[in-house]
Design a binder for this molecule. Structure first.
Ligand code: ZN
Length: 247
């Protein structure tokens, strides 16, 4: 796969790993003392070297969740943080068959000894604080990350301007997801923009409202859905405005 780097500001970079079929975004956030890399893509690019060219600071990885297209480059790093709720998913998605469903290219080995976040709710990078907000739904251990000083919300796969997927094992429930999106919406005054793991970027925060409305309508049986087929099996899709829920 290829990659490109987009500079968001003097201490923040978006790294996209992509080919003609797939694309994922990672975000490198530097403070004055430390840097955090949010997600690590499929594992086909040398993230260690890419990060070292952008910042001399030590880099800790913070995973938004444990899916194969986000954990692929973890093997390049010393410290990888994940919510413990996604432990099983991380194991399942470290499997070569799962990983090769995304790309046939050779892949960086996934790191085995990762660190669970436990009670950690904040990471201090020096003049820059990241708050970890649990948002179960797309996976049971999914998180969003609030970059307080920049007023940005990094959302992983929880609320891209696209479909949110509930069709993999260890997804959360629709009502858990709706609660999580309501929590994000209640805190909307703390961020201006959202940066997702895939698709359009950045995304206006109003997208969160669409997910809340869609989850509510679906829960009440007021949103139509249809059966679709994918390499992972059949699922139902409910479309709503700019987004959709696959379950
Ligand atoms: Zn995912």
């Amino acid at each position: 796969m290829q990659y490109r780097v987009e500079t968001l500001d003097s201490r923040t970079w978006l790294i996209e790993e992509y080919d003609e079929n797939n694309s994922v975004y990672m975000y490198l956030l530097a403070g004055e003392e430390k840097a955090v890399l949010i997600d690590t893509g499929f594992g086909t690019i040398d993230l260690k070297e890419i990060c070292a060219a952008l910042t001399p600071l030590p880099v800790t990885v913070l995973l938004t969740h444990g899916h194969a297209d986000h954990i692929g480059g973890t093997g390049y790093f010393e410290t990888v943080l994940l919510r413990e709720e996604d432990k099983e998913i991380y194991g399942l998605h470290s499997d070569e068959n799962m990983r090769s469903a995304f790309t046939k290219e050779s892949l960086c080995p996934v790191k085995k000894d990762i660190t669970f976040l436990g009670d950690t709710t904040e990471l201090k990078l020096g003049g820059r604080t990241l708050e970890i907000l649990p948002t179960p739904g797309h996976s049971v251990g999914s998180i969003c990350i609030l970059d307080r000083e920049r007023r940005w919300l990094f959302t992983g796969d929880s609320c891209c301007k696209a479909h949110v997927l509930f069709l993999f094992p260890y997804s959360g429930t629709l009502s858990e997801y709706k609660n999580a999106m309501e929590m994000l919406w209640q805190r909307r005054d703390e961020y201006d923009l959202t940066w997702p793991g895939h698709h359009a970027k950045p995304v206006e925060k109003d997208i969160i409202l669409q997910f809340i409305e869609a989850a509510e309508l679906l829960g009440e049986g007021k949103l139509a859905s249809r059966v679709c087929e994918s390499p992972f099996g059949s699922y139902r899709l409910a479309e709503y405005k700019d987004i959709g829920i696959e379950f």
